[in-house]
Design a binder for this molecule. Structure first.
Ligand code: RIB
Length: 308
C-alpha cells in the first residue's frame, strides 16, 4: 500500500510573466503589459496538477527562504500537495522570466537558484518518500546527477516517468528507467541528436513523429510519448504506435500545459490505465490548462476535466 500516488522530484520557480504583442528577436526590445508573479516550475507544476485532479501527491524540491518560496509553499498546500519534501535555503528560489504572446505561446528563461542545490544527498535522505510512492516523475530543471540518483534509488515496482525539459543528452541508466519518456518535438530532436547546445542537431531525424518515437525507444526507455500540441500525441511501447487525439480549445496561455499533461498521465498510469488511455486523459487535462492564464492557477479538477 502506497501513501502517495505520485512523488514529483523537480523544480519550483516563481514565474515572472509579461504579456507581449510579439516575442522579441535577438537584439530587439519590445514593450509588454504589466508584470505578474505566479507559482511555477516544472516540478511544482506537476505536483499541483496531480493533486488538483485528486492524486495523493508529494514533492521533493528546494526553494529559497524568501517570499517566492512562501508563494510556492502556499500554492502547493492549497492544492493538497504534501510539502514535507520541500527543502528550504541554500540559494534564492528559482525564477522563470516568461513572455506570452496573444496566441498563448511563450518563451521562458529560468534562473535555477535553489533548484540547482537539490542534490543527490537530498534524494538519498528522502528514501522514505520514494518507498511510499507508486509513481515517481522528474524533469530536468534540477541537476542531472540528482535525477540519476532518483533512478538509482527507485524501489522495485515503482514506475518512473521523465519529461526531459529543458532537454539534454541523457545517460543510459536514466533512459532505461523511463516508462514512459515524455517529449515534445523540440525535446525529441535534442535527445535523438545527442546535443544540448544546438537544437538543430536533430534536424536529420526527419519529420515523422513515429520515427522519433521508434528512435527514442531504441535508446532504452520502456515506452515513449511524443506530444504534438494541437495534433495530439503519439504513444509507443514497442507493440506499436497509437495516436491520441487533441481536444480543441481556445488557447489563452500554454505555460505549464506540458507539466499538467505529464502529471495526469503519470497519475492515470499508477491507477492502472494503459498508456494510450492515460495519454488521452492527459490530453484533456493539458487542453483545460491552456484555457486560463498562468501555470498552476490554470490546472483543472477531475470534475472540470469531465465537463470538457
Ligand atoms: O513548464 C512551465 C514552467 O517552466 C514554468 O512554470 C516555469 O517556471 C518553467 O519552469
Amino acid at each position: 500500500m502506497y501513501d502517495y500516488d505520485l512523488l514529483v522530484v523537480g523544480s519550483a520557480n516563481a514565474d515572472l510573466v509579461i504579456g507581449v504583442e510579439r516575442r522579441p528577436a535577438a537584439g530587439e526590445t519590445v514593450l509588454g503589459g504589466d508584470l505578474s508573479t505566479h507559482p511555477g516550475g516544472k516540478g511544482a507544476n506537476q505536483a499541483v496538477a496531480a493533486a488538483r485532479l485528486g492524486a495523493r501527491t508529494a514533492l521533493l524540491a528546494r526553494v529559497g527562504d524568501d517570499g517566492h518560496g512562501r508563494l510556492l509553499l502556499d500554492s502547493l498546500c492549497s492544492a493538497g500537495v504534501d510539502p514535507a519534501g520541500v527543502l528550504t535555503g541554500g540559494a534564492p528560489t528559482g525564477v522563470a522570466l516568461i513572455t506570452v504572446d496573444p496566441s498563448g505561446d511563450n518563451s521562458i528563461v529560468v534562473s535555477p537558484g535553489a533548484n540547482a542545490r537539490l542534490t543527490p544527498a537530498d534524494v538519498r535522505a528522502a528514501g522514505g518518500l520514494l518507498r511510499s510512492s507508486r509513481v515517481v516523475s522528474a524533469q530536468l530543471e534540477i541537476p542531472l546527477e540528482t535525477v540519476v540518483e532518483v533512478v538509482r534509488n527507485l524501489p522495485s515496482g515503482t514506475r518512473f516517468v521523465l519529461n526531459p525539459s529543458p532537454p539534454r543528452p541523457l545517460p543510459a541508466e536514466v533512459l532505461a528507467a523511463c516508462d514512459p519518456l515524455i517529449v515534445n518535438e523540440h525535446e525529441a530532436r535534442v535527445i535523438l541528436g545527442g546535443s544540448d547546445s544546438d537544437t538543430r542537431t536533430g534536424s536529420g531525424i526527419g519529420e515523422d513523429p513515429e520515427d522519433w518515437a521508434r528512435g527514442l525507444l531504441a535508446m532504452g526507455p520502456r515506452s515513449v510519448v511524443v506530444t504534438l500540441g494541437a495534433r495530439g500525441a503519439l504513444v509507443y511501447d514497442g507493440s506499436g504506435a497509437t495516436r491520441v487525439a487533441s481536444v480543441k480549445v481556445d488557447a489563452v496561455d500554454t505555460t505549464g500545459a506540458g507539466d499538467a499533461f505529464t502529471a495526469a498521465l503519470a497519475w492515470r498510469l499508477g491507477a492502472g490505465a494503459d498508456l494510450a488511455e492515460a495519454a488521452a486523459y492527459a490530453a484533456r487535462v493539458g487542453a483545460a490548462a491552456v484555457t486560463k492564464p498562468g501555470a498552476q492557477e490554470s490546472y483543472p479538477t477531475a470534475e472540470e476535466v469531465g465537463r470538457l
